[in-house]
Design a binder for this molecule. Structure first.
Ligand code: NAD
Ligand code: LMR
Length: 337
């Protein structure tokens, strides 16, 4: 459904249409009963921005939906479980947020999840291509550097790929960057702006610390902060000690990013967030950079400029890995046809 906003329209002194600035919209969470899915669905419900929150998982969705549905905030919640209910869950969606798939355990890389998550993401993309081809797709499932290319290739073969509507969610990297920089600089975390470009795995995560207004870092700080942002996911995996990876901070990041995409669809101006999209700003087919979000998803990809020599070296060193990870995703789709 196309988002529409209605405002109060007085047609006579005695008759006035209902006032509402909330868009008519449907947002689905695929993987809604998982570690990320549950708290993210709760935050989406609490946002009050969503008319219809459609929760889908292969197990346990009814309990999650019944529970979240009792929150007295705007919008209805529906529950859908298993492949036979997936098309109803997705039908007419404006946004589909996808945290489906297995998380890491200590000692694993995100790429170690490829064998399991590639098929899960491919299957979800195939159903999305049929049920809601015009939706914005927000991919959380790891390895993002490969799952986004997988999703793109499935949509492309179905003839329904809209480059501005497929976004890898890299918001957690930005959240970490803002948190760690605010701590280091003694800044108000609400006022810190940091762009994080590249991808979402290890050194492909590239925070542009040289560009933060008002911040001053030593060379050692730059190295240490960059490393901490790049490996923030590992910090959580280690602390959880076998119980999974980041779920709560990711729920916050995912709900925040989905809210910003909704604001863009709703016609709000100047919505800018970093996200991983198909683009030609480097030789890698997908790359994260600040993007403007508009009525059709990403309306402008801003890329990057004025890099420090440290940041330029990071980009130079990581484009090849991003190309390889994208190719691994594309090859998977090609070979499984
Ligand atoms: P989890 O195991 O707790 O939850 C995953 C959920 O996906 C489960 O409820 C499972 O039933 C569901 N699922 C599996 N196959 C499905 C399918 N075909 N359709 C619908 N649902 C399906 O895992 P989690 O901790 O929530 O993490 C989920 C994914 O998100 C992992 O791949 C993890 O690596 C990734 N992640 C990404 C980021 C990021 O920044 N992009 C951050 C954290 C985690
Ligand atoms: C993160 O950055 O926290 C996620 O990608 C999960 C992980 O495996 O680290």
């Amino acid at each position: 459904a196309a988002p529409t906003a209605s405002k109060a329209v007085g047609i006579s002194a005695s008759r006035t249409f209902t006032s509402s600035t909330t868009a008519q919209n449907k947002v689905a969470v695929v993987g809604a009963a998982g570690g990320i899915g549950q708290p993210m669905s709760l935050l989406l419900k609490l946002s009050g921005k969503i008319e219809h929150l459609s929760l889908f998982d292969i197990v346990n969705t009814p309990g999650v939906a019944a529970d979240i549905g009792h929150c007295n905030t705007h919008g209805k919640v529906t529950s859908h479980t298993g492949p036979e209910e997936m098309s109803t869950a997705l039908d007419g969606c404006d946004i589909v947020v996808i945290p489906a798939g297995v998380p890491r355990k200590p000692g694993m890389s995100r790429d170690d999840l490829f064998n399991t998550n590639a098929s899960i993401v491919k299957g979800i993309a195939e159903q999305c291509a049929k049920s809601c081809p015009k939706a914005c797709f927000l991919i959380i499932s790891n390895p993002v550097n490969s799952t986004v290319p997988i999703f793109a290739d499935v949509l492309k073969s179905a003839g329904v790929f809209h480059p501005g509507k497929l976004m890898g969610v890299t918001t957690l990297d930005v959240c970490r960057a803002k948190t760690f920089v605010a701590e280091n600089q003694g800044m108000d975390v609400d006022k810190v702006e940091v762009d994080v470009i590249g991808g979402h795995a290890g050194t492909t995560i590239m925070p542009l610390l040289s560009q933060i207004p008002g911040a001053k870092f030593s060379d050692e700080d730059i190295k240490a902060l960059t490393h901490r942002i790049q490996f923030g996911g590992d910090e959580v995996v280690k602390a959880k000690d076998g119980a999974g990876s980041a779920t709560l901070s990711m729920a916050h990041a995912g709900a925040y990013f989905a809210g910003r995409v909704l604001d863009g669809l709703d016609g709000q101006a100047d919505i800018k967030e970093c996200t991983f999209v198909e683009c030609d700003i480097t030789d890698a087919p997908f790359f994260a950079s600040p993007c403007t979000l508009g009525k059709e998803g990403v309306s402008e990809i801003h890329g990057f400029k004025n890099l420090s020599s440290f940041e330029q070296a990071l980009v130079d060193d990581n484009v090849d890995s991003l190309k390889k990870m994208a190719k691994k995703g594309s090859d998977f789709v090609k070979n499984s046809q």
